[in-house]
Write a new protein. Structure first.
Lengths: 553, 572
């Protein structure tokens, strides 16, 4: 259960709200118990009084107190139920919103290599589904058993007023029932509920294989076999779900049975006490009715606890993410960034990219083209230069290409990244307006500056002609731009950052020759005075460079 | 109303498909309904027994004193009470299990049906959505029916049957109490429907909000590295917080609606119990304003009614809390319907096909609606031809037609036999197909190779890997053939992936190869390596290669262009 500790600690920061929520929840249950118990008492008491009156005895009966009590409970029940639901969900949901923000912030601190360990879709699942699963922690796992416990104490306390030993017996029975429905169910369900997400992921992989690889699988004569495999995996998941559902159903039957057996035992006890004159008739009826109303407090427990494994698994995954830390270390006392920006890769190696003992100098003010096939390590060198990753061995330094150069790791990450403009090989546009995408490069940019960079990449006329202009929506599903236009927009964004060191990874991919020449010409004056590194397959497809270095075999 | 619920028009269809899905399981569902109803009857009996017991004790005590307390009655009634006590949870359990069993079978069957439909659709499925979307329909949307089948369906009948039965019993003892409940009862569903409709509309909006939040997060997560080096992280963080907060506010809006409908039900249930209790109590005292001095309902009946009163509203409350299950199932089926209702073209051929040598392949006036104009081409046995054309010229459609996935006009003949008369599986047995981006299946290297030839020996695998020059690399790996591939395993470069796919083709040793731009995604150097391999390994087979570029394909026998208005042939 230690997986849940950090989350419990986080929740405890709002303990007043949580406590108040639990009290409201308890009030809802207590009103239900009060309503039924008092009604039973009232009817019986009036019945008894009527019999006494019929026997000619003069007895006083106050109908106002119990009458208004019944009305009071009926009203409290409704109000408490509604406000409990709204209040608690609000608490938990704002806690979850808070968690999402924190988790994303933690993610942004990670280095490129650590981020690449999971696909974006998996990170998304942490941020949405896994965090959503944590809402059960309070709403279904913590508060309800606590409230059920309070209910047991209340009802048994009520019985104890009239009959102590009976209260003790009922208390023992109900407490063991509570234990069975919480811990017992959690143990029974743990294995199956924890596997669920994993199984669904595996099934999704199979489903996508079946769809995306349809032509290949069919041509390989393997589609039927693969489909049977998929169906078998689905069947396996469904039958495990059925097992879990069966255990929940067992738990629910046990809840009913447990409460009703307590009622039966109490019947025996009360009848004895009644016969002995210890208990009055109305109280004898009230006790079983209060117990029956208590069963509401047990109803949700089996399902919640059987699914507890899913909450635990989600918490484990989130903890793993929290434990991930960036491998990019910030120096305690960062060196100032040198004014000369000659970049020197000295004997660098990056294990996961297969880069070994690599040397290269990019002189200040120089334009260097690095040419090589994909997989030769070009993008790795660029990631090193912009400090998305650090080398496993060797050093990348900056300065006047002399002994007084400073290692990039000695600089503040923020100050260094401010000097580097980097266009990655993959075009990454947000699902947002053109201007919002551009502003990522420089949030303080003016309208004129935005149009100026669009002009540089030959997009100004196109954007101007769009009905929504700069507010046109772009990105994955709102694609209004072709691949080449998106590429140029990403380039414009880097230009807007106005950095002295510029790295462009295949800047013109997807552009036709005419556009390429136009943009290349417009970039000439802009590039003047900057240090630039171009990456690509072919120097002819890059802006003009002073020097070309060939990479790879 | 129509404006709020855009799905209104398709609801008839949804109901039809729900019935369709459940039809084979009617007997089980009826049995579950029976169990649920019997359990309700037992509850009536149990309440009656308890009321009888208590009233007997009270009256006996009143009239004869505590000493004459009738314990024998308890002894007589106790077995029956215990029976109710034990049987009710058991029946409840049985009912749930039956429904869950039906749910499993129905979902399993539906998934199988959808898969078969998707397989028959072939590439036509792309009109219905991206593969990732179809995949989630196959998984999540099918599972979304669970709540409806395992809880809502039977409850829908019980919610009418049980209160009516209880009402009959209550009427027997006290018509007025019965009327009291009868009056409040229809108000409950009315309110619930009104609020439920509003909640359904709100929750649909919420679905959109969730999709939007996920989309936003996905966007930011994908571009995280870009955000890092653009130093736009603070902006992104603010956006995440804002999106999360927006989602919270939206969710609360929906929940408030749902809770309000719950509160309405709670209110009526509590009010009815309170009114019934007061009426019965005052009645027992004989001080009701309209019936002074008389007792309308004696004690036993009064207690019986009081015990039944909460149960009267229970089925409704259950139905209310499962209302979202119904909405969820309807939304899921609305998504699934286009897929279920699509008329699928089936490859008609049934004749067996056996080829011992490379066949000839002929396209005669081949015509694929809207994608390929009538087209003629003959490939002699063992001839290797490149079909060249720009994107959109119908190359891929032609390949899909040859694979038997698309209907076409004209004829495709294999050794003079029309493809439409042949069994598709037999034809696939003779085919080797290499796609633009070969797919890796989840599993190890040997699994991926054996996919096509399950009984191939390790030695055979090594032999084909050697032929495509992959074995030297794989031999060095610690697990060799057992090396896992894909996301968590060995990352293969584009060239290595093509080699692996080629090894798969060699393992099957088929007389016909269809190649779909096999080197389009490779850099020139790697492409040259693969082309050299293709040249050597494709000898003696009938090869149809489609490509939009001709670079590196000098090894083929003939080049045919698809671009020109009438197909022109260019000799290489």
């Amino acid at each position: 259960m230690s997986e849940l500790k950090p989350w419990l600690a986080l929740m405890m920061q709002r303990r007043m709200r949580l406590l108040l929520g639990a009290l409201l929840m308890a009030l809802t249950l207590f009103s239900a118990i009060g309503l039924l118990a008092l009604s039973g008492w009232f009817i019986t008491a009036t019945g008894v009084t009527a019999l006494l009156w019929a026997a000619g005895q003069k007895v006083m009966f106050d109908i106002y107190m119990p009458g208004s009590g019944i009305r009071f409970f009926a009203l409290t029940r409704t109000v408490a139920r509604y406000s409990e639901r709204v209040y608690n969900h609000n608490t938990v949901l704002s806690l979850l919103a808070d968690l999402r923000g924190r988790h994303f912030a933690a993610l942004t601190l990670l280095d490129g290599a650590t981020l690449s360990r999971l696909r974006a879709a998996q990170w998304l699942n942490r941020l949405t589904a896994d965090i959503d699963t944590l809402d059960t922690l309070y709403l279904r796992l913590l508060a309800p058993p606590l409230v059920a416990l309070l209910g047991i104490v209340l009802v048994c306390g009520l019985i104890a007023v009239f009959h102590v030993s009976l209260a003790l017996i009922a208390g023992a029975m109900l407490l063991s029932l509570l234990l069975a429905l919480t811990l017992g169910m959690a143990l029974l369900g743990l294995h199956y509920s924890a596997r669920r997400v994993e199984q669904l992921d595996a099934l999704r992989v199979l489903a996508l294989e079946q769809l995306q690889g349809q032509a290949e699988l069919a041509a390989a004569g393997a589609i039927e076999r693969h489909r049977q495999h998929l169906l078998a995996a689905s069947q396996q998941m469904l039958s495990e779900q059925l097992v879990l559902q069966g255990r929940v159903a067992c738990g629910q039957a046990l809840a009913t049975l447990g409460v009703m057996s307590t009622v039966a035992v109490c019947l025996f006890g009360t009848i004895q006490a009644y016969a002995a004159g210890v208990l009055s008739g109305p109280v004898m009826v009230m006790i079983p009715l209060a117990l029956m109303a208590l069963s509401e407090g047990f109803a949700g427990l089996p399902a919640a606890f059987a699914q507890g494994g899913a909450t635990r698994a989600a918490a484990t995954r989130l903890n793993q993410q929290v434990a991930m830390s960036s491998r990019l270390v910030e120096p305690l006392d960062p060196a100032p960034v040198p004014s000369e920006l000659s970049l020197h890769w000295q004997g660098v190696g990056v294990r996961h990219a297969g880069l070994q003992d690599f040397d290269l100098v990019l002189h200040s003010g120089e334009r260097l083209a690095l040419i090589g096939p994909s997989g030769a390590g070009k993008s790795t060198l660029a990631a090193l230069a912009s400090r998305l990753i650090d080398p496993d061995c060797g050093v990348v330094s900056v300065g006047a290409a002399g002994p007084r150069d400073v290692s990039l790791q000695a600089l503040s990450l923020e100050q260094w990244r401010a000097r580097v403009g980097y266009l990655t090989q993959q075009t990454e546009l947000l699902h947002d307006s053109i201007s919002a995408n551009l502003l990522l490069g420089n949030p303080a940019a003016t309208k004129e500056q935005l149009w100026a960079v669009l002009e540089l990449v030959d997009l100004a006329d196109l954007v101007d002609a769009m009905p929504a202009g700069m507010n046109t929506w772009v990105g994955e599903s709102g694609t209004q731009l072709s691949g080449g236009e998106g590429r140029r927009l990403a380039l414009a964004r880097v230009l807007l950052k106005d950095a002295p060191l510029i790295i462009l990874d295949e800047p013109f991919s997807g552009l036709d020759a005419a556009t390429r020449d136009r943009v290349s010409a417009r970039l000439e004056p802009w590039l003047a005075g900057r240090t630039a590194l171009f990456l690509g397959h072919d120097a002819a497809l890059l802006p003009r460079s002073d020097r070309v270095v060939l990479l790879g075999d | 109303m129509k404006k709020i619920r855009p799905t209104e028009a398709s609801r008839g269809g949804v109901q039809h498909w729900l019935r369709q899905v459940l039809a084979p399981h009617k007997p089980l569902l009826n049995a579950a309904l029976m169990l649920g109803y019997i359990s309700a009857l037992l509850l009536v009996w149990q309440s009656w027994l308890l009321a009888l017991l208590f009233s007997d004790w009270l009256v006996a005590w009143q009239q004869l004193g505590a000493a004459a307390l009738n314990v024998s009655l308890l002894r007589d009634l106790l077995p029956w009470l215990l029976l109710c006590l034990l049987l009710r949870p058991l029946l409840q359990y049985g009912r749930e299990r039956l429904c869950q069993q039906v749910s499993l079978r129905a979902r399993s069957g539906l998934r199988e049906q959808l898969l078969a439909q998707l397989a028959a659709l072939g590439p036509g499925r792309q009109a219905l959505g991206a593969d990732a979307v179809l995949g989630s329909r196959l998984l999540e949307q099918v599972d979304a029916l669970d709540g409806y089948i395992s809880r809502y369906h039977v409850q829908r009948y019980l919610v009418v049957l049980v209160p009516l039965t209880l009402l009959l019993c209550i009427f027997y003892y006290s018509p007025l109490a019965g009327i009291l409940m009868l009056v409040t009862a229809p108000l409950v569903p009315l309110f619930m429907v009104l609020l439920g409709k509003a909640a359904a509309a709100a929750s649909q909006k919420q679905f959109v909000a969730l999709a939007r939040m996920s989309g936003r997060f996905m966007d930011l997560l994908r571009g995280l590295k870009t955000l890092q080096h653009l130093q736009a992280v603070p902006q992104a963080e603010a956006e995440v917080t804002q999106a999360a907060e927006h989602y919270r506010a939206g969710t609360m809006g929906v929940l408030r609606m749902a809770f309000l409908s719950g509160a309405v039900l709670e209110f009526f249930s509590a009010l009815a119990i309170a009114l019934v209790a007061l009426y019965l109590g005052l009645g027992l005292l004989g001080i009701l304003p309209w019936a002074k001095g008389s007792i309308p309902v004696p004690y036993q009946g009064a207690l019986f009614i009081l015990l039944l009163a909460p149960e009267f509203y229970n089925p409704l409350r259950q139905l209310g809390s499962d209302y979202h299950a119904k909405a969820e199932a309807e939304a899921a089926l609305t998504e699934l319907m286009p897929l279920l209702e699509l008329q699928v073209w089936q490859h008609p051929g049934q004749q067996p096909l056996q080829l011992s040598t490379a066949p000839s392949l002929a396209f005669h006036q081949l015509d694929i609606a809207q994608r390929l104009a009538p087209f003629n081409l003959q490939l002699a046995a063992g001839e290797r031809v490149v079909l060249q054309g720009a994107s959109g010229s119908g190359k891929s459609s032609l390949l899909q037609a040859v694979l038997g996935f698309l209907p076409y006009g004209g004829e495709i003949r294999i050794n003079q036999q029309s493809l439409l008369t042949l069994r598709r599986a037999d034809w696939h047995q003779q085919l080797g197909f290499l796609s633009q981006q070969p797919q890796l299946l989840h599993g190890n290297l040997a699994d991926n190779l054996r996919l096509a030839a399950p009984e191939a020996s390790d030695a055979q695998l090594v032999a084909v890997l050697d032929q495509v020059a992959l074995w030297p690399l794989i031999r060095q790996l610690p697990l060799q053939l057992q090396t896992p591939l894909g996301e968590r395993g060995l990352g293969l470069s584009g060239g290595q992936l093509s080699r692996l796919a080629l090894a798969q083709l060699l393992l099957r040793d088929t007389p016909v190869w269809l190649l779909d731009e096999p080197t389009a995604h490779l850099d020139p150097q790697t492409a040259a390596h693969i082309n050299a391999l293709l040249e050597r390994l494709s000898q003696g087979r009938t090869v149809l290669l489609v490509s939009h570029e001709l670079g590196g394909l000098e090894w083929v026998d003939r080049v045919v262009s698809l671009d020109a208005p009438s197909v022109t042939q260019v000799t290489a």
